[in-house]
Design a protein around this ligand. Structure first.
Ligand code: NMX
Ligand code: MLT
Length: 509
């Protein structure tokens, strides 16, 4: 059996060649016309980005490397016969385009567990925030702090001194030797005035501090970049960072949950569990159905092609690497993506849906009639709010991610009163949104359903839900990030224009 890294190493050169051929043979082929509506309408319908891991069809929904959600449920390895797919299997599929065997997925689960250690300073960074801070803020802070995770204190054997803003090192730095001398000299890139930066420290101290600081700001990618890695090899350290990040995020996310809602009592990882199950376990949920739900949840939330706010943000920020303008490694890119996911029209909608459903129950009770429900929907719309969980920027039919969660509910919790309310909303909301006359897609999206499932198994804290979405999305965003580097995708920099420009252009044409 080939492992993930070897399979990817084989696949990447083929795809590099393929991209070269597309560029040289079809570079001038037009993919459509850009209209003023598109420029003013958030670039809807403009094809402008390469995203290898998944593709969204407006009617059919998402396909991961060509596979629909029902196909993934059927073909990807599961923890139990006929059970929900293991997210590790999806990660494999996104990266290699191939369906892994159960043995390969088990080996990947093990590898991810071995990469999951989270340094103490990450918890300290989260603890520095009030526990009332939104869980997404705490989570994104933790992810940012993960970027500083390679902290090692070296023993400094001799003194050093600072000359004319450059660093002269008169020491033997243990085994690291010249590597560290090079690294130390590059400190000037980070601090405009290294001498000023070092001044407050006693001469014996500053090297240690400087080493700590320098070592601490670098991901594997950043370190390799600083050491002059050839661009054809960028994907390798990005792969290491990405796998580490995917492995670490459930640990950070569950810390936030336990800190906020369970008096800080952390549940350690269980070495016998797979990725999704371990996440549920670390949150404090061990029922077999909840483990299955989490496997399904992480799988279906992982990726939704490239133009959604979080994926696009991660991709955009990471692409700056190529000109070294932002030095954004996978940690920084993914933290940026999380900040996009935290908006109510994107990932935060899952929180909004459960809060909204609960407000319906508070006002009208659980046995709400269809007429009462219609009135409540109209009241929401008339107060200038959206009905959360309905509509989509690309989809024009019911989201297949909604449908598979509905099937899960029908199988495991058909009598849950909130699930029944969600089912009723499926009948009531689309005709009302259609009646508004402006909503392009009146059908429910993924967020309309996830909250009631989690709520059923005891994960009732709606404000936390977007963190679960975020953990899942690390898989999709990081997979594409590796491909961004492997294919050498360029800096993204679309052109913008002013209203003056648009008016002049349109009058002339
Ligand atoms: N409730 C009320 N109005 C809506 C809704 C809705 N669910 N969906 C769209 N509209 C309105 C929209 O606000 C816009 O109004 P206006 O012209 O006054 O600004 C009009 O309909 C046209 O919007 P669309 O072109 O249909 O949708 P767009 O692509 O702009 O936005 C969403 C897509 C998803 C942002 C939008 O449907 C929405 O706000 N839905 C509710 C929030 C939600 O569920 N978001 C989660 C999306 C999935 N995810 O996880 O990210
Ligand atoms: C997503 O999963 O990212 C959302 O459905 C939003 C989108 O695709 O635009």
């Amino acid at each position: 059996h080939q492992d993930l890294h070897s399979q990817l190493k084989e696949f990447i050169p083929e795809q590099q060649e393929r991209l070269k051929k597309i560029k040289s043979e079809y570079g001038k082929v037009q993919l459509g016309n850009i209209t003023v509506d598109m420029v003013l309408g958030g670039m809807r319908g403009m094809t402008g980005m390469l995203w290898e891991t998944s593709l969204l069809d407006p009617d059919e929904g998402i396909r991961f490397r060509g596979m629909s959600i029902p196909e993934c449920q059927k073909l990807l390895p599961a923890a139990r016969p006929g059970g929900e797919p293991l997210p590790e299997g999806l990660l494999w599929l996104l990266l290699t385009g191939k369906v892994p065997t159960k043995d390969q997925v088990d080996a990947l689960s093990k590898e991810l567990r071995s990469r999951a250690a989270v340094p103490d300073h990450v918890y300290k960074a989260i603890d520095a925030l009030p526990s009332s801070a939104h869980p997404m803020t705490q989570f994104a802070t933790g992810v940012m702090a993960l970027q500083v995770d390679k902290l090692k204190i070296l023993t400094v054997t001799k003194q050093t001194k600072c000359v004319d803003n450059s660093l002269l090192i008169k020491s033997t730095l243990g085994k690291m030797g010249s590597l560290w001398v090079g690294a130390m000299l590059s400190v000037g890139k980070y601090f405009a005035d290294p001498a000023a930066f070092l001044k407050p420290l006693a001469s014996g101290d500053w090297l240690t501090n400087c080493v700590k600081c320098l070592k601490g700001v670098q991901s594997e990618f950043q370190k390799a970049y600083e050491n002059g890695i050839h661009k054809s090899k960028y994907w390798e350290p990005t792969y290491v960072d990405s796998l580490n990040l995917i492995a670490q995020v459930p640990v950070v996310a569950s810390y936030v949950y336990r800190r906020m809602y369970k008096n800080g009592q952390v549940v350690p990882m269980d070495d016998s569990l797979d990725y999704g199950a371990n996440f549920a376990h670390m949150l404090g949920f061990d029922s077999p159905d909840m483990l299955e739900l989490m496997r399904l949840y992480v799988t279906i939330h992982s990726d939704h092609e490239g133009g959604n706010v979080s994926a696009h943000t991660g991709h955009l920020v990471s692409d700056s690497i190529l000109v070294a303008s932002a030095l954004s490694d996978p940690y920084l890119s993914f933290a940026a993506a999380l900040n996009g996911l935290a908006g109510p029209l994107h990932g935060l909608a899952n929180q909004e849906v459960l809060l909204w459903i609960k407000s319906v129950v508070d006002e009208c009770g659980e046995n709400i009639t269809t007429e009462q429900l219609k009135d409540y929907v109209w009241k929401t719309l008339k107060s200038g709010k959206v009905v959360p969980g309905f509509g989509h920027g690309v989809l024009r039919k019911t989201d297949p991610r909604y449908m598979c969660q509905r099937e899960f509910a029908l199988k495991h919790l058909p009598d849950d009163p909130l699930f029944q309310l969600v089912s009723k909303l499926y009948d009531v909301v689309p005709p009302i949104l259609t009646e508004l006359g402006k909503v392009k897609n009146p059908w429910p999206n993924v967020d309309a359903h996830s909250g009631v499932l989690l709520n059923h198994y005891g994960l009732t804290e709606a404000r936390y839900y977007t963190v679960l979405f975020g953990v899942s999305r690390s898989i999709g965003i990081c997979s594409q990030l590796i491909w961004d580097r492997a294919l050498g995708l360029p800096l993204e920099r679309p052109k913008s224009v002013t209203m003056d420009w648009l008016e002049d252009y349109c009058k002339k044409s």
